[in-house]
Design a protein around this ligand. Structure first.
Ligand code: SAH
Length: 236
């Protein structure tokens, strides 16, 4: 093939990749993603078909720094810049599955990071609100989500400890940073009967807690030990 033809094909490929995630995708990435779903999710305890379908679709390799794209579907978290990380695929699946989503919910995520978890949620339901405290990450996640066709996801730069009062109540809340305690504003913004999934602990170690709001307070049970980057909390 001549240089010209090669260049033209490259451009077409780049166009397809930009136009829609999936079409024109490197087949190695498609295969890696399918393997991830089979070996890391189905082979463990991920059974929610909406979660499996979403994780089989979202191009995770486009949510990590280009140099790490080849590792995007591996069974561990990856750095995404500014000292933050994108969670291991299994943890994303586990947390999403615990919310028992039907597709009708309005969901708040605290800790947008790369936007990957928000994209997984957006594959399942149309009303996703996500808050990121680092403005640079919030801006790049918003741009990335738009470019990949996740137009409905609303991204805000701000302190997610305080929730998103103007959009409350939420049917479900997912916190993707490690908290020392359950933020009261988030409980207040959760609908009665709604679910919250949040890592709570100290010293870099947390228990993933699943909560349900009953008569105004959150009743929780531990799901699994986890390690998340810290949630920025107000000074006491
Ligand atoms: N869900 C992300 C990964 C989250 S990493 C993804 O799919 O890529 C945790 C993120 O929480 C980091 O980006 C961090 O900056 C952010 N964060 C920490 N404290 C926060 C707070 N109080 N409000 C909003 N975001 C916060």
């Amino acid at each position: 093939m001549g240089v010209q033809a090669g260049l033209a094909l490259g451009l077409i490929g780049a166009f397809l990749l930009g136009a829609s995630a999936g079409a024109g995708e490197d087949p190695a990435m498609t295969r890696a993603r399918q393997r991830m779903v089979e070996r890391q999710l189905k082979a463990r305890d991920i059974t929610d078909t909406a979660v499996l379908k979403a994780m089989g679709k979202v191009p995770r390799h486009l949510f990590v720094p280009p140099a790490l794209a080849g590792e995007a579907y591996n069974d561990y978290p990856l750095p995404i810049g500014e000292g933050q990380t994108i969670s291991q695929p299994y943890i994303v699946a586990l947390m999403t599955q615990q919310l028992a989503l039907t597709g009708a919910e309005k969901v708040l995520e605290v800790g947008t990071g790369s936007g990957y978890q928000a994209a997984v949620l957006a594959e399942i339901l149309p009303r996703v609100f996500t808050i990121e405290i680092l403005p640079g990450l919030a801006a790049s996640a918003a741009t990335r989500l738009k470019a990949l066709g996740y137009q409905t996801v609303r991204v805000r730069a701000g302190d997610g400890y305080l929730g998103w009062p103007e959009e409350a109540p939420f049917d479900a809340i997912i916190v993707t940073a490690g908290a020392t305690h359950i933020p009261a504003p988030l409980v207040a913004q959760l609908r009665e009967g709604g679910r919250m999934i949040i890592p709570v602990g100290s010293g870099g170690f947390q228990d993933l807690l699943l909560g349900r709001k009953e008569r105004g307070s959150l009743v929780t049970r531990p799901v699994s030990p986890v390690r998340f980057v810290p949630l920025v909390e107000p000074k006491r």
